[in-house]
Design a binder for this molecule. Structure first.
Ligand code: ACO
Length: 437
């Protein structure tokens, strides 16, 4: 495992802050790539001042060596490797190894990793009782949060966080079992019997078998579908300190069980401003229906009173383009063509993208299609139901979440995450008995 360095790069100098009649020199930290950061650690002690940054738009919460994003240039690197190279050459499982370990595996290391993941895919039989308690129409993300959280009850007492091998096993178990749980959630909603994982299959093929194979006939898997899903998993595997990863780290900072940490990450991912956007995009495209309704959708998205946003557009970090969206867009055309699918929603999506990219409102605000804009159309082509889209994202992001959890455990600056606030409530006042109020 690679540990986070305690100090990054050469110090770029200091910045002087004048406050409370004092001058404080705050160090500037230089990362390997990206913006310098002012280390404000001693500000409260020296001046009594805190800093205010709602939504953490300008605040680094940790040092991390896993993923780098340059939002202005549209760059995304996993452990230094550009996403387009990994998308072209690698596989999801190799990317998961890379994220966790910091380096690409050699053939022996990859073989062992593949073997370890394949041999931890099964669930304890008691999971079935837990799953059976959900209504058949429960949202699969609700089931996923609960099912992953419940893993903490199966692997709690025997986990020693100080042992690197135990930590590695927690990551292996998670990457191995989340697809089994995800498929089980889908089958519960369909009323189908659960399928056991077939360990002789590659990771993505195994998942597709668990999802779609029925007892009455064997599943003939289309290699185009498996390849497309593997690629989507690579693109979704990590994205540095996004809302769900930050949630995993915040929960992890309390020393909570890693399964509880990942369950919290799944919950954070569910929201439509984050991973839930892929489901929302498809619903939006279906509502728009045909290319002739595109302009009115654009007009509605520009009208702040409407409360409607173009789902799959905009990103907190990417203010040029999302490099994943570019790859997915190309893949979308290829997959639909190779699977022989003529989906009218693709036409609506292309017209919507075209119209938005020409519109001043979107141009001025640097709103471009994000990773979720086209992914839903591909999932649909792979016959994955809409409610399962965010679950797909969660399977892939589990690799990133676990890599961050592992990194956090060896961070020399590890401490509980505990933000400050600007209190806006009442001043101090005395309690009054109910008959006097
Ligand atoms: N449609 C219309 N207007 C938008 C959109 C959109 N999709 N996104 C942002 N805007 C506008 C805002 O109204 C705001 O306008 P203003 O300056 O006139 O007030 C401006 O663009 C900036 O938007 P913010 O919400 O301040 O940007 P922020 O960085 O906080 O939000 C977010 C980013 C949440 C992704 C936002 O763009 C959004 O809601 N997009 C749609 C949901 C989506 O696709 N989420 C997936 C993100 S990718 C991922 O999580 C995997």
């Amino acid at each position: 495992m690679s540990a986070t360095p305690s100090n990054v790069g050469p110090k770029a100098g200091t910045v002087a802050v004048q406050a409370a009649g004092k001058s404080v020199e705050l160090p500037i930290l230089s990362p390997t790539l990206g913006n310098d950061c002012v280390d404000i650690g001693k500000l409260p002690k020296e001046t009594g001042l805190f800093t205010y940054d709602p939504g953490f738009t300008a605040t680094a919460s940790c040092k991390s060596a896993i993923t780098y994003i340059d939002g202005d240039e549209g760059v995304l690197l996993y452990r230094g490797y550009p996403i387009d190279q990994l998308a072209k050459e690698s596989s999801f499982l190799e990317v998961a190894y890379l994220l966790m370990n910091g380096e690409l595996p050699d053939a022996r290391q990859m073989g062992e990793f593949d073997h370890d993941v394949a041999h931890h895919t099964m669930l304890h039989e008691a999971f079935k009782n837990f799953l059976g308690g959900f209504r058949h129409d429960a949202h699969p993300m609700a089931m996923l949060v609960g099912m992953i959280g419940s893993m903490a009850s199966f692997y709690h007492n025997d986990l020693d966080y100080d042992d690197p091998e135990e930590r590695r096993m927690a990551a292996i178990r998670m990457i191995a079992k989340v697809p089994t749980i995800a498929a089980a959630c889908y089958r519960h909603s369909m009323g189908w019997p659960l399928r056991f994982p077939r360990n002789n299959l590659p990771y993505v093929d195994r998942f597709l078998h668990m999802m779609f194979e029925v007892p009455s006939e064997p599943l003939v898997l289309n290699p185009v579908a498996a390849k497309a899903l593997d690629l989507l998993f690579i693109l979704h595997a990590d994205h540095e300190q996004n809302a769900s990863t930050s949630t995993v780290r915040l929960v992890g900072s309390t020393g909570a069980n890693p399964y509880a940490c990942i369950a919290s990450g799944v919950a954070a991912l569910w929201g439509p401003a984050h991973g839930g956007a892929n489901e929302a995009v498809l619903k939006m495209l279906a509502e728009i229906g045909t290319a002739k309704n595109v302009q009115s959708a654009i007009d509605r998205a520009k009208d702040k009173e409407s409360g409607f946003r173009l789902m799959g557009f905009g990103h907190r970090v990417y203010k040029n383009f999302d490099p994943r969206a570019k790859i997915i867009r190309e893949m979308c055309h290829k997959v639909l063509e190779e699977l022989g699918i003529d989906d009218p929603l693709l036409e609506v999506a292309m017209r919507l993208e075209e119209a938005a990219l020409k519109d001043d409102y979107f141009v001025q605000r640097k709103l471009y299609p994000n990773v979720d804009f086209y992914s839903g159309i591909i999932y649909k082509a792979l016959k994955i139901p809409t409610e399962m889209f965010t679950v797909m994202f969660a399977i892939a992001r589990t690799a990133g979440w676990m890599a961050h959890w592992l990194e956090q455990q060896t961070d020399p600056e590890f401490k509980i995450g505990r933000p400050r606030q600007i209190y806006t409530g009442s001043g101090i006042r005395d309690y009054m008995a109910v008959d006097k109020r």
